[in-house]
Ligand binder design. Structure first.
Ligand SMILES: *Cc1c(COP(=O)(O)O)cnc(C)c1O
Length: 274
């Protein structure tokens, strides 16, 4: 397992990689105020808030839905992020939201939901450099928007590895990930999409996933989050059980972080299953 969850407790995993060149671009352009978008349990919002505070930048987030407070948003506020709760319909038009508040602000810098951008793809591609000497047969990652997967695929292609990149969309109907990836890099045969491990959709769980998380954490000593990394780990175990891999193959799972997501499901996860 590639432990990107250990990069930082709050700018964790792929969110750190995605923000690296976004922050650099903002700085190069002399911007002082990061403006971004996310749901109330968005790992991207916490990561952006923490990264902005450390870089001496201001941060504002448009938060989808009515006003709420939870563990993630408390952290955002502590890091000094301003939160603008936005109804779902207005939220869909992100550029309009941005322009209404920041069109004339020369300091403001637009960051798409989840950080989706070419800069994010470049940041995620660097992960492959850290793996190339272990020459894995398979790399697994979870996907929300597919930006991270696009970066990993690009990294594999640039390095010339034969590695298969197995992507586990955590949303229902995950075939759209292919389209997202193709906006950043070619869809080569390195890419394998497994669309059947969404457990009902984004942030949805089923008892089998909850007991998997409990058993995995207790036996491996590694925390995984219920929204992303648990679905990926479940998929690897399931495929292994179906003899999908040969015994000598090397498999690397990318732990993309997101452990604060546990807080969003603390009731479910604390029910004892064994
Ligand atoms: C955001 C996130 C992802 C999904 O990344 P995308 O680039 O949107 O596909 C995966 N894992 C974790 C832990 C995340 O926080």
């Amino acid at each position: 397992m590639k432990r990107d969850d250990l990069i930082d407790p709050y700018i964790s995993g792929n969110k750190w990689r995605k923000l690296k060149y976004i922050l650099q671009d903002a700085k190069n352009k002399g911007k002082k105020h990061l403006v971004t978008f996310g749901g109330a349990y968005s790992n991207h919002l916490v990561a952006t808030a923490a990264a902005a505070a450390r870089a001496g930048l201001k941060a504002t987030a448009f938060v989808r839905g009515e006003e709420v407070m939870n563990e993630m948003l408390v952290l955002c506020k502590l890091y000094g992020m301003r939160l603008i709760f936005t109804d779902r319909e207005s939220y869909r038009e992100k550029r309009t939201c941005y322009d209404q508040h920041f069109a004339t602000d020369p300091d403001a810098y637009f960051i798409d939901e989840g950080g989706a951008s070419a800069e994010a793809v470049a940041g995620c591609a660097e992960l492959i450099d850290e793996l190339k000497f272990s020459n894995p047969d398979h790399i697994f990652c979870a996907a929300g928007t597919g930006t991270t997967a696009a970066g990993l695929l690009k990294g594999i292609q640039e390095t010339g590895l034969k590695t298969k990149l197995h992507v586990i969309p955590v949303l229902k109907g995950g075939d759209f990930i292919k389209e997202e990836i193709s906006t950043y890099t070619a869809l080569t045969e390195n890419l394998v999409l497994h669309t059947e491990y969404h457990f009902g959709g984004y942030a949805k769980t089923q008892p089998a996933l909850i007991s998997f998380i409990q058993r995995f954490t207790a036996t491996q000593g590694i925390l995984i989050d219920p929204v992303y990394t648990a679905k990926m780990c479940f998929a690897i175990e399931d495929l292994a059980g179906k003899n999908y891999f040969s015994p000598d193959e090397k498999i690397i799972a990318i732990h993309t972080g997101g452990l604060l997501g546990i807080m969003g499901m603390k009731e479910k996860l604390s029910q004892t299953a064994f």
